[in-house]
Ligand binder design. Structure first.
Ligand code: NDP
Length: 248
């Protein structure tokens, strides 16, 4: 089916936890050859073994998205599989502090990882896809906070707004090379890292503002991610797909 990724090389950044970990297993389930990347490559080995045991090829690569040389080295390391067909540009961090308590270092870390990191990975991926002449799909994981704001995460929201605009700029110039660039905008998704907060009183207040009155689950992202990654979404580029249970 057009939703399958059989034999496609899919690079997932930030694959060691949360959404990226989930995406790596999701695309493996759709038949992709998966490259899992993160700074702590040792944390990827269990997933690699699990995916390989299911009969799909997988490998781990160390990657720091804030460094252009690390990004190049990551693509070089998987060059024997060719240029990737799909890149899930997922690595990202959050610094939660009131606006006036956000430091220069907070700003730099968030921007370097979420915005510059997204840019470096997407442009290097596109360079390799164009050179290989085979097209491809890039999925930038932004956030609903790229289009709306919430308290305590100003640099984060600003970085994700940049990811949204970067997605559109890249889509425009890469379309003639058959490279599609789309953004996935998850709402509040429960993961191991935020489960405690989501269950707290503050989490309850947040949930009350979501029209569907429920936080998202990782599996809510499966259909939208596969749509943007596979031929099912072949005519989509520059799209921002929000998965948030209705506008916040
Ligand atoms: P996690 O903290 O669970 O995972 C982040 C991942 O990114 C880790 O694998 C981490 O691995 C990796 N990472 C961080 N910095 C770098 C770096 N410099 N280079 C390479 N990899 C890096 O976060 P989530 O899974 O929650 O978030 C994943 C993405 O989804 C982010 O872009 C986030 O903004 C977005 N998102 C999440 C939502 C949510 O509700 N959870 C909602 C909307 C968007 P390592 O430390 O080993 O490098």
């Amino acid at each position: 089916s057009r939703w399958q990724l059989d034999g496609r090389v899919v690079l997932v950044t930030g694959a060691s936890s949360g959404l990226g970990h989930h995406f790596a297993h999701l695309v493996a389930g759709a038949g992709a050859k998966v490259v899992l990347a993160a700074r702590r490559a040792d944390k990827l080995e269990a997933s690699v073994r699990q995916i390989a045991a299911s009969g799909v090829q997988a490998r781990a690569v160390a990657l720091d998205v804030t460094s252009a040389s690390s990004v190049k080295a990551c693509f070089d390391a998987l060059a024997d599989w060719g240029a990737p067909d799909v890149v899930v540009n997922n690595a990202g961090i959050t610094v939660t502090r009131p606006l006036l308590a956000q430091t220069e270092d907070d700003w730099d870390q968030v921007m370097d990882t979420n915005l510059k990191g997204c840019w470096l990975v997407a442009t290097e991926a596109a360079r390799r896809m164009v050179a290989a002449g085979k097209g491809g799909a890039i999925v930038n994981v932004a956030s609903i906070l790229g289009e709306r704001v919430a308290g305590g995460v100003a640099p984060y929201a600003i970085s994700k707004a940049g990811v949204v605009q970067a997605t559109k700029a890249m889509a425009l110039e890469l379309a003639r090379h058959r490279v599609r660039v789309n953004a996935l905008l998850p709402g509040y998704i429960v993961t191991d890292l935020n489960r405690e907060f989501m269950d707290s009183e503050a989490g309850e207040k947040l949930r009350a503002r979501i029209p569907s009155r429920r936080f998202g689950a990782l599996t809510d992202l499966d259909g939208p991610l596969l749509l943007l990654a596979s031929d099912a979404g072949a005519a989509m580029s520059g799209a921002c797909v929000a998965v948030d249970g209705g506008h916040l």
